[in-house]
Design a protein around this ligand. Structure first.
Ligand code: HEC
Length: 243
């Protein structure tokens, strides 16, 4: 795990120095002594960033969560600003082990491109908490939706191996159990032989096992099969709609 921002690399320090020097040249020694604290963005923690983090990060980043780094408040998140930007831009955070472009999931926590841009702009602009003396215009708050799974009583769950097998009904979700860092491509094979990839899970993390709820449930007519290509040990739960 990386150290907090205070210990950031020499490259960042170099940039900060260059910036401070530039600020001196631009505005003289007295006015801009705190050049590195200068806020150059209107994106604030209170208005844009906190609602995104609340919906997408805080379930893991709070005491008792999967990460040891709490990110629930401004004071907790601010020292991590540079790391946050990097994790979000590279899409390492929020953690999600389904490969993009293979299937679509109702509980995919990935940030939308606009949300990623907001986080980057916030960090680049000095990571302000709020705009001083300005009340929050509530209408600006973009709160990402939080997924709720269907009631257990409406779901039929089958625990199964990853052998190719017949399946019929409305497939709602899959939950693979693989070796650490394992991968599995999961496809449905129609009676006419046509294959559709439902999900491709890679870099599997047993500590972060996930049920992948399909954005569009797949209706499997009689004679359909489920085919899995897995890298090693593989078991699976299949979730079907109860009729
Ligand atoms: C499913 C749980 C989970 C979610 C959701 C999640 N994280 Fe993390 N995050 C982790 C874990 C686990 C680590 C590893 C560090 C640790 O052990 O505390 C981590 C590490 C980090 C780090 C430190 C990286 C470093 O420099 O080492 C940052 C920054 C971070 N997450 C930001 C975020 C942000 C921002 C979000 C939301 C957009 C987010 N995370 C969502 C689990 C999660």
């Amino acid at each position: 795990m990386r150290k907090r921002e205070k210990g950031q690399g020499t490259r960042e320090k170099g940039k900060a120095l260059a910036f401070t020097a530039g600020a001196f040249v631009l505005c003289g020694f007295t006015l801009c002594l705190h050049g590195h604290d200068r806020i150059t963005t209107k994106v604030t923690w209170d208005r844009e960033i906190a609602p995104i983090f609340e919906a997408r990060c805080v379930n893991c980043h709070q005491p008792g969560g999967k990460s040891t780094i709490p990110l629930a408040t401004y004071q907790q998140a601010r020292p991590w600003a540079v790391a946050i930007k990097e994790e979000v831009l590279t899409r390492r955070m929020p953690k999600w082990n389904a490969a993009r472009g293979y299937g679509a999931f109702a509980n995919d926590p990935s940030l939308a491109p606009f949300e990623i841009a907001l986080v980057a702009a916030w960090v680049d602009g000095g990571a302000p908490e709020n705009e001083k003396n300005k009340a929050l215009p509530q209408t600006f708050i973009v709160k990402p939706a939080i997924f709720t799974a269907p009631a257990p009583s409406s779901v039929r769950t089958i625990s199964t191996s990853c052998e190719e097998q017949r399946a019929n009904g409305t497939l709602l979700a899959i939950r693979p159990a693989l070796d650490r860092n394992g991968s599995a491509g999961i496809a449905v094979v129609r009676p006419n032989g046509h294959q559709e990839i439902v999900a491709w899970i890679r870099g599997y993390d047993p500590d972060n096992a996930t049920t992948y709820w399909l954005r569009n449930p797949v209706v499997l007519s009689r004679g359909s099969r489920i085919h899995v290509d897995a890298s090693g040990t593989c078991a699976m739960q299949l979730f079907f709609a109860r009729k």
